[in-house]
Every structure is written in structure tokens, then in C-alpha cells.
Design a protein around this ligand. Structure first.
Ligand SMILES: Nc1ncnc2c1ncn2[C@@H]1O[C@H](COP(=O)(O)OP(=O)(O)OP(=O)(O)O)[C@@H](O)[C@H]1O
Ligand SMILES: [Mg+2]
Length: 256
């Protein structure tokens, strides 16, 4: 049985009186403990897909299954790191990352200990009592990741978690995310625009078409970890992925 199954999702928005089809009969599944990356052109519907999976948005049609149970429209089943960090400006870093344990009414002493450890792991020691406005964009993103982890769910939905980071911090964060995944064996769904990031991290990559998004293809990445961007097999896969994406990008930017 799949951990997560997305069945026939269709979504159309209305913008300025016109219909905007965003998802078109999208189907895929993710196994328990699997790390899947989602790649697709900007605006194709990736964040919309996560909003639907997490129950924030109701789709026009389609179903979401978690461990075989139909959960479409239910919130609180996934740990979701949204593309915008959505930190609460009036709360300190520590109190921001404790939102999950608070909502889930967990004992705060244990949660605080885990929060301190995670903040240290992500290079945020000493900033526990700072407010989000006192942090850089990359630091805020790391706080948002800690907050997501503290929801302690079996499936993580990460929407461009490292988008605001410089290349070097990004590399460190990728390796920390791999450690976290190896240790916790959660199922991870990662949206990224970075082909190398997808190849370095994922077991499998789902490539989405230009809007309306549907599954274009599935690329397994059967390479041992830790991976290296200079590895020949990885470079071959990168070329294949870039060619697939270029076709979809040309639909968006009319570059044909
Ligand atoms: N609430 C909304 N109402 C109307 N249109 C929306 C809404 N949310 C998203 N859209 C539209 O749906 C399309 C897909 O948006 P979405 O944010 O899902 O794309 P994305 O693939 O995550 O893009 P990016 O890679 O740039 O983050 C866009 O054309 C956007 O304008
Ligand atoms: Mg998005």
C-alpha cells in the first residue's frame, strides 16, 4: 500500500473572469519512507497541489489517500512547509517552532528540548529568543523547517524549502535534510526548481507538465548516497531532466 496517493486531481481557478485550469487529472503515489522530488515549470500548479494534499484547498475533483484512507479536505495530517515561511511575527523563534506541539497539545518540556536540538542542528543556536523580523531570509527559512519537523508527522511536504538560501548554505542544508530523513525515515515530498537538488536527494523524481499540471514522467534515481554532482550517472540524469523541463518551459515562455 502506498503511504500517499493522489488520484485524479483536477483544479481550475477563476482569475479576472477567466477560467485557469491548474491541475488536470493528476495521479501519482509515494511509498512509505520514500523521498520524492517534484519538478515542473514555475506556475504549473505545484504549490496548489500541496495546498490540496494538506487540506487547505478543496480540489474540483479528485481524492487524496494517506495509508489507504481517503482524507481529502482534512487538515493536520501532514507536516507542511509552505513556499512562504509564514512565521508568526509576534512570536520568538522558539515559540514559532513550538506551534505544532502546542496545537497538538503535547508536553512542552520534551518539545522544547527537541526544538533546541533542531535549532542547533540548523545553525540557529543563540537565536531562540529573536523575532522573525530580526532574521535573514535564509534563517527564517531554516526556522520554518524546524517548525515543520516539530509537527512530527509521517509525511513531510516541503515547498522549495531552500529557495532563499545561498548556494553554500543550501548544500549544507541538503545534507542535513538527508540526515534527518535517514534518521527518521519519514516520507518526503519536496518541490524544488533545482534539478541538481532533486538528483542529490530523491529516490524518484516526478516531472510535471506546464499548467495545467499533469504527470509528465517519473525518473527513478537509483544512485547510492551521499551523491556527488560530478558523478557521471548523475550528470546523465541531469541532462535528461533538463531536456524534459525545457520542453515544458517553452510552453510557458513561448521560446519555441
Ligand atoms: N488562490 C488562487 N486563486 C487564483 N489563481 C491561483 C490561486 N493560487 C494559484 N493560482 C494560479 O495557479 C497557477 C499555479 O500556481 P502555483 O502557485 O500552484 O504554481 P507553482 O507551480 O507553485 O509555481 P512556482 O514554481 O512559481 O512556485 C498560477 O497560474 C497562479 O496564478
Ligand atoms: Mg510554488
Amino acid at each position: 500500500m502506498s503511504r500517499l496517493k493522489v488520484k485524479n486531481l483536477t483544479q481550475t481557478f477563476v482569475q479576472n473572469g477567466s477560467r485557469l485550469p491548474v491541475l488536470d487529472a493528476l495521479n501519482f503515489s509515494v511509498d512509505e519512507g520514500e523521498f520524492v522530488a517534484l519538478l515542473g515549470p514555475s506556475g504549473c500548479g505545484k504549490s496548489t497541489l500541496f495546498n490540496i494534499i494538506s487540506g487547505i484547498l478543496a480540489p474540483d475533483t479528485g481524492e487524496i489517500y494517506l495509508n489507504g484512507e481517503q482524507i481529502c479536505g482534512n487538515t493536520g495530517r501532514f507536516a507542511y512547509m509552505q513556499q512562504k515561511d509564514l512565521l508568526l511575527p509576534w512570536r520568538t523563534v522558539l515559540r514559532n517552532v513550538l506551534v505544532g506541539p502546542e496545537i497538538q497539545q503535547e508536553p512542552l518540556d520534551t518539545a522544547k528540548e527537541e526544538a533546541q536540538q533542531r535549532l542547533a542542528q540548523l545553525g540557529l543556536s543563540g537565536f531562540e529568543n529573536s523575532y522573525p523580523m530580526q532574521l535573514s531570509g535564509g534563517m527564517r527559512q531554516r526556522v520554518a523547517l524546524v517548525r515543520t519537523l516539530l509537527f512530527r508527522k509521517e509525511v513531510l511536504l516541503l515547498d522549495e524549502p531552500f529557495g532563499a538560501l545561498d548556494a553554500m548554505t543550501r548544500t549544507v542544508m541538503q545534507s542535513i535534510l538527508l540526515d534527518i530523513w535517514t534518521e527518521g525515515r519519514q516520507t518526503v515530498l519536496l518541490i524544488t526548481h533545482d534539478v541538481e537538488e532533486a538528483l542529490l536527494l530523491a529516490d524518484k523524481i516526478y516531472v510535471l507538465t506546464a499548467r495545467p499540471a499533469t504527470l509528465k514522467t517519473e525518473i527513478p534515481v537509483p544512485l547510492p548516497r551521499p551523491r556527488n554532482v560530478t558523478d557521471t550517472d548523475l550528470i546523465h540524469l541531469k541532462r535528461e531532466l533538463l531536456e524534459l523541463l525545457q520542453v515544458e518551459m517553452s510552453q510557458v515562455f513561448n521560446t519555441n
